[in-house]
Design a protein around this ligand. Sequence first.
Ligand code: GLN
Length: 537
Amino acid sequence: MARTKYIFVLGGVASSLGKGIISSSLAKLLQSRGFSVTIQKLDPYINVDPGTLNPYEHGECYVTEDGAETDLDLGHYERFSNVPTSQANNVTTGRIYQTVIEKERRGDYLGHTVQVIPHITDEIKRRIKLLGKTGKYDFVITEIGGTVGDIESLPYIESVRQLRWEMGRDCSVIHLTLVPYLAAAGELKTKPTQHSVKTLLESGVQPDIIVCRTEKHLNENLKNKIAKFCNVEPSSVIESIDAKSIYEVPILMRKENLDAEVLRKTMMPLDSQPDLRKWEDFLYKLAHPTTEVNVALVGKYVELKDAYKSISESFVHAGAANECKVNVKMIHAEKINDENAKSILKDFDGVLVAPGFGERGIEGKISAIRHVRENIIPFLGICLGMQCAVIEFARNKLGYKSAHSMEMNPDTKYPVIDLMEEQKKIKGMGGTMRLGAYPCKVKKNSIVFKCYQTINVSERHRHRYEFNNKYLSEFEKAGMKATGVNPKENLVEIVELEDHPWFVGVQFHPEYQSTVAKPHPIFVNFIKATIIHKRDA
Ligand code: GLN
């Protein structure tokens, strides 16, 4: 294999322009030409990982197979490329400093002064090259979080500058900027892009390719103007127009030749053509649904569209697989109670109760579950959603009125959800949950077996509490069955109701494994159940 090529994606002008989607789309295009690609995100904040951040800060926390708690962009990387990411794919400033400080304490620096340059930048460069060194990838795409000009991004930009010198044509820099449309002037404006490139140049980095996020088409004149002011070739000015769906972006980037530009800049062979037939099939199904369903997502971050990102995207994948438009509506758990559940949930063909932590909204989630259990509406509970299903069943079926999770009520008489044994001695909060992929054995004769069509599966986790096995036989006798169990530790991973056509609670997070190429079977089957429910209602 030829030497690994390193592509950097830096953002300017504004945040939220979609660096993650551009990186993922480029990865998809290179992959569809037969190259192996991985994407990495470097985040300039000081938390060691985003596991300790609440969703108001950076949206959902994504979890990799090997148990890293990461930025949600890694979810996009996997959904687009269908290749698992790992601990090495997300690094924060906190992690970099932690490593350098640990080395200093060990005495590894032999009496030298430890400084941002070269010690911090060397550690950043080492982390960037780590994935390339595995020998598995033709391309490592590195997305740098934040916006050019931010103080905290400086060591990263300096590292990119040094790597460009060291690697020459094995390295290329893409700068994503905004070209705003000023309605009053009736014009697209290039000045913010020019300033952003100037700021990058002050740090010694000349971008090779400029991707311009815009709401209107850029004409040739405008592209030429940007090229001239920013020292790039006109063919390296790429338009990234607002798209209806993030999944259209690879096709748009293909039309703009982003992949070919990257290959040309890095002197890679250009003779292959991207094969995007499967991707286009998916887009066709997405755009031509034959049915439509409404699903309620009961959670506590209704105003944050990124808080349940992987769940919403899993519905997109599952919808396309069923040729069905899935309208997902967020319902605030705190607004639901036993009295109003019926009217709030009356227009929904299925209900998903979301993962989460802490007391807020718990009673509403439990009321929603009671409603779908008693009224035979398709239900999927994920992590805390599954735990709420267990609490609801204990309270209203087994008659243990004060049943609860030890997380919400450590004094409960009926701790049907209890702290995991391994968690009891843990004190710190960062990276200490049960994280990452664990095997699960699925029972035949269950809804989930119909989904998976196999008994041995592996799913990703992020939790401290678990079903309390002391109560298992009582639950099973009353009709709530454990249909998936961790074979080694005997932890209950899946619960189902015997007398309900589609009621599934999972302790793991199926949403982390749903991709365009492989929609998660539990989501696909759940949507199928909602279609049937709607038809028969
Ligand atoms: N708070 C619960 C636990 O720690 C559920 C976690 C989750 O939903 N991710 O077990």
